[in-house]
Ligand binder design. Sequence first.
Ligand code: MD3
Ligand code: FE
Length: 216
Amino acid sequence: MPANGLLFDDLPRRSAPGAHLLDGFALPVAAGLLQAVQAVTAAAPFRHLITPGGRRMSVAMTNCGRLGWVSDRRGYRYDPIDPESGRPWPEMPALFGDLADRAATAAGFPGFRPDACLINLYTPGARLGMHQDRDEGDLTQPIVSVSLGLPAVFQFGGPSRRDPVTNIDLVHGDVVVWGGAWRLAHHGVKELRDGSHPATGQRRINITFRCAGGGR
Ligand code: MD3
Ligand code: FE
């Protein structure tokens, strides 16, 4: 994978402006990010959400920031209140907002001010099926994704469910910025393999930053 380069420059027919892998971009702040995740989960613990179809997600989730992504039998939505606690989600740690803005700027999206931050926890066997992220109010803004801990095989396709799927490994410290033509690409994460990482033990944590509120 090219260092700090276009993610898809080796795949010219699938490349499009806006998708960038920033190899190891979060490494210098990884310990701080994990500490901040601890603080968030003390107030809003990881939980397994239920899909509208009634299935329990294998990935556990929580949120920080003004809006949090939630799923239940009624559907998917962004909500300012944590349904488990009845309180607002924890504030977004300053380190999160700073990293998200620096990564977005490095990828050509300056002035990124996410109002939602979804934190995913994978333990061995957890997976995320192919989906699009389209519940956000501002689809002109990218999504910034930070991977910590165990490596995962990330799958991405295209705007159509039938587009071919490519796999890439995301490892501890990787940051991906998905914008432009890639914003509505289908994507998923394969079943997490057993393993242990010095920073997280038998876990993978993925943090995504989103502009969910549509410019409010
Ligand atoms: C490509 N999370 O939370 S992050 C999600 O690793 C999600 O936990 C995955 O998909 C994870 O919704 C993948 C990478 C990602 C996030 C959003 C995207 C890739 C994307 C939006 C459009 C295209
Ligand atoms: Fe997603």
